[in-house]
Design a protein around this ligand. Structure first.
Ligand SMILES: Cc1cc2nc3c(=O)[nH]c(=O)nc-3n(C[C@H](O)[C@H](O)[C@H](O)COP(=O)(O)OP(=O)(O)OC[C@H]3O[C@@H](n4cnc5c(N)ncnc54)[C@H](O)[C@@H]3O)c2cc1C
Length: 473
């Protein structure tokens, strides 16, 4: 990078906010989609909104493409740098700015780790509901950009339902202050548009979110099944019968084995074909009514045992197994491709089976751990990216699973976004007029299209409008 530009940026962020050294730039080459890599020209870590404004202004004047980055836990290549581009990360913007108990909202810097927000409001009896399984690492800003979900989003909805305001630095380096909490915004809902825009509209530096009263009681039930099909059918029936759990999560046999062999061992029985984690919340009476009703459904689906966690420690252990499952899969192979699709809940069993068939045809190791209540499947393919043939088979299987899901009335993504991974599959789900409108909206936020170019919107559809092509598979 041109030395005078680096000097000007250093004057804004200082040495702590600038990563120039080539070796120190390596960790920024990719996110969780590890086979897509590109080293950034430079990494900037502004310490606050003012510094971010200064950096973005300079990058605008120089016409340099930008990729925003939170913790890099994304699974679709959203935070993967683009050729010749600079990464602007939020790792030094992690403060909780306000907890407003009376009006039930919090303001935080975008780099705050999701779990730290829940911890910060716990003493006030409040909670921030969206809880991605990566919540001990991912940032609120990354959650906003990807409209992230999590186990409890079954009851509470994904991030978009909880964001009340944003402070955004535009690609031109101007401040767009929409941080005042608004439930029903006047005029066009710019905050709503920004949520889920995958880093293409600007850099969020502050986020205002809704807080909810923490439930009076929380109970976790571990249901053990002899067969994955039964677990899937039990979930469909729990919902059809209008019971009201806050989370319904399934782990299959291979996942259970990986978890139990790891430091996340939760006491899931290794001989089970599937376990279903059920969370129930509310008053004592609500918990009991839900537990009794759900137990009857489980019995109809051949449950071997349904065990209520007896202590808070036991409950936390059950969840640690679920939330550590991806880490545990490192025991199966060095790399993991986490697919993310949504199917109608009545078709859970059918699509889980179909993914299993597809993966076995390609000779791949498949594990399933998913937000069953939302119909949000995660067929996880373990592989070794040094084996190019295996990687090709992983991608081909991923495409076939997607085709099967769309044919069954499902959607492209439940929570991980599109990024690089599913960019070229967008036309499978959206028509050309849909994509044209998205493109026009994108251009309205970022005329030069320097923010995260080459992501989300398929290149062929966007060719005429895009000065930067970004990465190509
Ligand atoms: C083990 C594991 C479990 C996971 N479980 C879940 C889950 O249960 N639910 C779920 O939804 N996801 C899950 N994920 C995916 C991932 O954690 C989420 O997508 C998360 O929101 C990404 O946050 P991040 O801070 O790491 O963002 P990054 O990966 O750094 O970035 C993600 C996207 O957001 C953009 N971005 C980041 N910060 C900003 C900002 N301040 N302003 C504008 N754009 C920005 C980036 O450009 C990129 O496009 C999981 C990932 C892992 C590794």
């Amino acid at each position: 990078m041109n030395p005078p530009i680096v000097r000007a940026l250093r004057a804004i962020v200082g040495d702590a906010g600038l990563v120039v050294d080539e070796t120190r730039r390596i960790p920024y080459e990719c996110d969780g989609l590890a086979f897509e890599r590109q080293k950034p020209r430079l990494v900037l870590l502004p310490g606050n909104t003012e510094e971010a404004l200064g950096c973005m202004r300079i990058l605008h004047e120089e016409g340099i493409p930008i990729v925003a980055r939170g913790a890099g836990t994304g699974l679709t290549g959203g935070a993967t740098p683009v050729e010749g581009g600079v990464v602007v990360g939020t790792a030094r913007m992690r403060r909780v700015l306000e907890i407003n108990v009376q009006d039930r909202y919090a303001r935080a810097e975008a780099g705050l780790v999701n779990l730290d927000l829940s911890r910060a409001c716990a003493d006030d009896g409040l909670m921030y509901a969206p809880d991605p399984s990566s919540q001990m690492a991912c940032t609120i800003g990354g959650n906003v950009a990807n409209n992230s979900g999590g186990p409890h989003c079954f009851k509470y909805g994904n991030t978009s339902r909880h964001v009340l305001g944003l402070k955004i630095v535009t690609p031109e380096g101007e401040l767009l202050d929409l941080s005042r909490p608004e439930t029903d915004p006047e005029g066009l809902d710019l905050v709503g548009l920004f949520v889920g825009s995958e880093g293409m509209f600007g850099l969020a530096t502050e986020v205002t979110v809704r807080l909810l009263p923490a439930p009076e009681n929380v109970e976790t039930v571990l249901a053990i099944f002899p067969d994955l099909d039964d677990a899937c059918d039990a979930v469909s029936e729990i919902i059809a019968e209008r019971w009201d759990p806050s989370a319904l999560e399934i782990l299959d046999r291979l996942t259970i084995q990986a978890v139990e062999a790891s430091i996340y061992a939760a006491g899931y029985p290794a001989e089970a074909d599937a376990v279903l984690l059920i969370e129930i919340e509310g008053s004592r009476a609500e918990c009991d009514a839900n537990y009794n009703g759900i137990s009857a459904v489980l019995d109809r689906h051949r449950v071997i045992e349904a065990r209520r966690a007896q202590t808070e420690q036991e409950r936390k252990k059950l969840w640690a197994g679920r939330k550590g499952a991806y880490g545990a899969m490192g025991r199966i192979a060095p790399d993991l491709y986490v697919s993310d699709v949504v199917v109608p809940r009545t078709k859970l069993r059918e699509l889980v089976r179909k993914s299993t068939e597809i993966c076995s045809e390609y000779g791949l190791k498949l594990t399933n751990v998913f937000h069953a209540g939302d119909g949000n499947l995660h067929p996880n393919l373990s592989y070794d990216r040094r084996d190019s043939d295996e990687l090709k088979r992983v991608l081909a299987a991923g495409d076939e699973i997607m085709e099967a899901v769309i044919a069954a009335g499902g959607t492209l993504s439940g929570e991980h976004g599109v990024g690089l991974e599913k960019r070229d599959q967008m036309p499978m789900y959206f028509s050309q007029p849909d994509l044209d409108i998205m493109l026009a909206v994108r251009a309205a936020w970022d005329q030069q299209q320097r923010m995260n170019p080459g992501k989300l919107l398929p290149i062929r559809a966007c060719n005429e409008h895009m000065p930067f092509k970004g990465l190509n598979r």
